[in-house]
Design a protein around this ligand. Structure first.
Ligand SMILES: [Zn+2]
Length: 271
């Protein structure tokens, strides 16, 4: 009996130790959170043909009963500010926002910095060669990665003239859009040669401003790869090692949604 108890305690001690250790170490210790989300306000940049963000006050102040109360209502197009494109945005019959599995909204991020080229050329399209150059330096884009493309244009937010190339609204605005995006060939390469959950970038669209056919959108949506647009603060992330949580508003039937996207950067990013 003594022997049995002794064996049991030897077997159970690592388990018990594990429980004690886990209880004492808070999750996400030893790193920092980075907010990759732009604020929503009347300043927030939307597509020239979209409705901007409007916050209307319902009440703010002292009530007749003596307590303070504040409440607003808001309205906006789905595709503006920091937001997610659901696959149905450019692919009929594909998932809308509320159907996205949580596993696809959380993942390891790789950050591809193309700002040196993109800041010199507002019509720059990120090429397969840029992705391959990143892999030469940092290793193969891992399975299930979220590929975040840093063009450097977040520095112009919320100046639409600099960020979009135009502050005009309507079709005239669309005609004058100039900002970098992902080349359709690079989108095709990502979906066929790599296995990724999402692509994000710090411009208003995954297709560059002058795109007329939105091919990168169509390729990614068709393969149910998520798209994050108008992402902020990518300069704060390492090329590898960050973990991203990108939670959209759960709009039933939504083709896109405002997105609260944050990154966890461990103290020592894993290689
Ligand atoms: Zn969008």
């Amino acid at each position: 009996m003594k022997k049995l108890l002794c064996c049991l305690s030897v077997l159970l001690s690592p388990v018990l130790l594990g429980i004690v250790c886990c209880a004492e170490t808070p999750p996400f210790a030893g790193g920092r959170w980075i907010d990759l989300t732009q604020e929503y306000s009347s300043e927030t940049i939307y597509w020239p043909t979209a409705s901007g963000f409007v916050l209307e006050q319902e009440f703010c102040g002292a009530t007749p009963k003596g307590y303070f109360y504040a409440a607003n209502r808001y309205k906006a197009s789905e595709h503006g500010g920091t937001h997610l494109d659901a696959p149905i945005h450019f692919a009929e019959g594909r998932k809308s926002v509320e159907q996205l599995p949580l596993e696809q909204l959380i993942g390891a991020a790789v950050v591809v910095d193309v700002s040196a080229k993109a800041l010199k050329d507002a019509d720059y399209r990120i090429e397969v060669a840029d992705l391959k150059a990143w892999e030469s330096a940092h290793g193969r884009i891992p399975r299930g990665a979220m590929v975040l493309l840093r063009t450097g244009y977040a520095r112009y937010w919320p100046d639409a003239k600099k960020y979009l190339g135009t502050a005009e609204k309507g079709q005239a605005g669309v005609d004058n859009l100039h900002f970098p995006g992902l080349h359709p060939d690079a989108a095709r390469w990502l979906v066929s040669e790599r296995d990724i959950k999402a692509v994000g970038l710090d411009t208003a669209s995954i297709d560059y401003g002058q795109s007329k056919l939105f091919e990168a959108h169509r390729v990614l949506c068709e393969r149910e790869v998520l798209v994050f647009e108008n992402v902020a603060a990518l300069d704060k992330l390492p090329p590898t090692g960050a973990h991203v949580i990108a939670l959209p508003m759960k709009i039933k039937g939504g083709s896109g949604s405002p997105l609260r996207i944050i990154a966890w950067v461990p103290a020592k990013p894993a290689k």
